[in-house]
Write a protein that binds this ligand. Structure first.
Ligand SMILES: [Zn+2]
Length: 290
């Protein structure tokens, strides 16, 4: 299946990036003046526990590295090289927000084996671990040690607002349309993740307009999902209404601001996500000094 199946009728609306950047800037200033909320996973609260110690925040502080592996059991629909670029970009967003550079924390790709990496990404058809939305993060015991694992169901389908059944697309499937829309040459997955996350701070709806599809098709695609799931791998909890796995004492979802961890589908971190990842690292540092 290709993203072409999900094309919408062309609209006359023209997309003005500089106007968007101004809106993002204003929104950021307004948000920063409010108190932050976010929350950490109840299971991350104690880094001395096997599960809490498996979180990526712990790996960064103690092992000072993140080895990751990708188990891709549907290579026809998902491109392993493209997924690894998306994984590293998602890691880079969170690490930069926590005041780390990739050169401070080596991110090393390796094959999935019995000696578990600090992070595993599993993509497989009818994946029983992927949860009700087709993607999920949990801590797993492999051999003698625990590690976070992000699971995707390659056969997951949802009814998009296009009215069509849509799968979780490899974000790479939209790169051609994005390049065309932007009038860019030599524009691959690397340039695409840079464009949406680091250079322009786009949300799912912005990218959907550019590639002419429904926002939820982009929202459910691999890169957007990886950015959110990576927050769980580090140790943050969902803050959207209906979530119930945050540690006690954090503000309830109704009081939580817009963020990636609230499920906004953005390709950049909100002020609340940034406060969250910094607060999570501080929390781990404090507990580990005891
Ligand atoms: Zn989540």
């Amino acid at each position: 299946m290709t993203s072409q199946n999900f094309k919408q009728r062309k609209t006359q609306w023209s997309f003005d990036l500089s106007a968007l950047a101004a809106v993002v800037l204003v929104a950021t200033q307004v948000l920063s003046s409010n108190a932050m909320a976010w929350g950490i996973l109840a299971s991350s609260e104690d880094p001395a526990s096997a599960v809490g110690g498996a979180r990526l925040a712990h790996a960064v502080l103690v092992k000072k590295q993140i080895r990751y592996c990708i188990g891709n059991y549907d290579p026809k629909e998902y491109d392993t090289v493209s997924i690894s670029i998306q994984v590293e970009a998602a890691l880079s967003l969170w690490l930069a927000a926590a005041n780390y550079r990739l050169s401070d924390v080596p991110v090393i790709k390796e094959p999935c084996g019995s000696d578990p990496s600090e992070l595993r990404i599993i993509i497989s058809p009818n994946n029983p671990n992927s949860g009700q939305y087709g993607a999920s993060t949990a801590v797993w015991l492999i051999g003698q040690s625990y590690h976070p694992q992000i699971d995707f169901d390659a056969n997951y389908q949802f009814v998009s607002s296009n009215g069509t059944n849509a799968p979780i697309f490899d974000f790479k499937d939209f790169v051609g349309d994005l390049a065309q829309s932007l009038g860019r040459l030599n524009f691959g997955i690397m340039q695409a993740v840079r464009y949406v996350s680091f250079e322009n701070h786009l949300g799912s709806a912005d990218v959907a307009r550019l590639v002419d599809t429904a926002p939820d098709v982009i929202f459910h695609s691999t890169y957007s999902v990886l950015i959110h799931e990576m927050g769980h791998a580090f140790g943050l909890c969902d803050t959207y209404v209906g979530s119930n796995h945050c540690a006690p004492g954090w503000p309830p979802p109704e009081d939580q601001p817009d963020s990636v961890m609230k499920g906004n589908g953005d390709f950049f971190l909100s002020p609340d996500d940034i406060a969250g990842i910094r607060g999570l690292f501080d929390h781990y540092r404090r507990l580990m000094q005891k």
